[in-house]
Design a protein around this ligand. Structure first.
Ligand code: ADP
Length: 437
């Protein structure tokens, strides 16, 4: 706005100046006619010229010089022009320039009495006044618009930022112990509502994961406490009085069982810690999946009464489709946990491990004909320490599937399960080639 105003002011100043030069030129011309042509023109015309000439400009001085550069018609000598300027007018026929506050116009005029030079000077008082008025208006306008802009800017900024400030205040109230709190926000489609919705989603996920952690700690303490209480109880009973050697042996046997259980639980915790550690994902190698299944079978075959069948009748023609870059140790643990469950929950019936290929996907399928899983249990089996009521008569701590899922997801795969109670279960572990590595 300032630039535009300065531009307008300069244009206006220039226009007034030129306009005044034009008026001065006119005055010089009329003066020439009045003094020099008076003898040639008619009486009424001369009257008209005189009338025009009477309304002079402020501070006006008009001089007429004859061909000898002497002042004609006017005798006083208080305002004069130098010969240099008079000659310049004679040479150029027209000049205009400014001296202090006065504007000056000079014209040459050829008449039957000779060659004359007329110089007219005056002060553009009205023009100056108009310029000053314009400057005043513009300055007032500029200050007023600055003020309006400042106030309006503040008002708009405050109104625009208010929702953000509200969100900020709400976020400040949410701490780890208040994760149930949510940001209020209209369900609009503006960026702020989307941000609030996303933040609420994040809170939900955090709350869920905090709940899981709390549950995990509670369950873990409980799981650790049971064998330790049993051990302490067994030992207290054993040392309460003198006993036979077989009694001590029996006590030690049951302490050993409980210690084994403790060992199992702690091993699971370590596995979990390992599975949650991203470094594990970086230690990868090219794993051939059919060989992996044979190796796992080899491990299981060392145990008694294990019926694990590996079926590889769907192998692809292109051998490279059998490979995936992954962490072999972790993957072995994940698959073994699922096979272990299949064997455990099918009471001696065989468990089948097979491979399936679809485009760039490899699926490891573990099928059993065991007790199956109810629809309700299916929703929870991947939660830590979850055990279905049907599984109560079987040994376990509810950590196996949780760990397997963690590992598989960490390695970029997915796990899904279909099951029918008393018919059996089918676990599918799926990896896409070259997506993650
Ligand atoms: P655990 O086997 O130690 O109980 P998991 O995490 O391995 O713990 O399994 C969680 C629960 O899922 C089991 O307690 C059981 O109820 C159910 N489950 C898992 N695999 C099977 C299966 N193959 N057949 C039937 N139920 C199963």
């Amino acid at each position: 706005m300032l630039v535009i105003m300065v531009f307008i002011y300069l244009l206006f100043t220039n226009f007034t100046k030129n306009d005044f030069y034009r008026a001065l030129h006119e005055r010089a011309r009329v003066a020439a006619q009045l003094y020099l042509e008076a003898d040639e023109i008619s009486e009424p015309a001369l009257e008209k010229i005189k009338e025009e000439f009477l309304t002079s400009l402020p501070n006006e001085i008009i001089r007429v010089y004859d061909s000898t550069d002497e002042l004609s018609f006017v005798k006083e000598n208080n305002r004069n022009w130098s010969k240099k300027i008079i000659n310049e007018v004679r040479a150029k026929k027209y000049i205009s320039y400014q001296e202090n506050d006065n504007q000056i116009v000079g014209i040459s005029y050829d008449d039957n009495q000779g060659s004359f030079v007329i110089l007219a000077a005056a002060k553009d008082v009205y023009g100056k006044e108009r310029q000053n008025k314009l400057l005043e208006i513009m300055a007032t306008l500029f200050i007023a618009q600055l003020l309006i802009q400042f106030l309006a800017g503040r008002w708009f900024a405050k109104n625009t930022l208010r929702p953000i400030q509200k969100v900020n205040e709400q976020v400040q109230k949410i701490s780890a112990t208040d994760l149930h709190l949510r940001l209020e926000g209209d369900k609009g489609k503006d960026e702020l509502s989307i941000l609030a919705a996303n933040f609420n989603d994040l809170l939900s996920r955090l709350e869920h994961s905090f709940d899981l952690q709390k549950m995990f700690i509670a369950n873990a303490s409980h799981e650790l406490k049971t064998p330790i209480t049993n051990i302490i109880g067994e030992i207290e009973v054993a040392v309460s009085k003198e006993r036979q050697a077989e009694d001590y042996e029996k006590t030690l046997q049951s302490v050993l069982v409980e210690a084994d259980r403790l060992n199992d639980i702690i091993r699971n915790f370590l596995l979990l810690a390992n599975a949650e550690n991203d470094i594990a994902v970086q230690q990868t190698e090219l794993v051939r999946f059919d060989e992996l299944l044979w190796e796992i079978k080899e491990i299981f075959s060392r145990r008694p009464n294990v019926l694990l069948n590996i079926q590889l009748d769907e192998l692809p023609e292109d051998e490279t489709q059998l490979y995936i870059q992954t962490n072999k140790t972790l993957l072995t643990i994940a698959i073994s946990n699922i096979i272990q469950n299949g064997l455990k929950f099918s009471d001696g019936k065989p468990v089948i491990g097979s491979l399936h290929f679809n485009e760039n996907k490899i699926t490891v399928r573990i099928t059993d004909k065991g007790i199956g899983i109810t629809a309700h249990a299916l929703q929870n089996i991947f939660e830590p320490f979850y055990r279905s009521p049907e599984a109560n008569s079987y040994q376990g701590h509810g950590m196996g599937l949780y760990i397997s899922k963690k590992i598989i997801e960490l390695l970029g795969g997915t796990i899904s399960v279909q099951s029918e109670p008393n018919v059996g279960s089918e676990f599918n572990i799926c990896f896409v080639q070259n997506t993650r590595f």
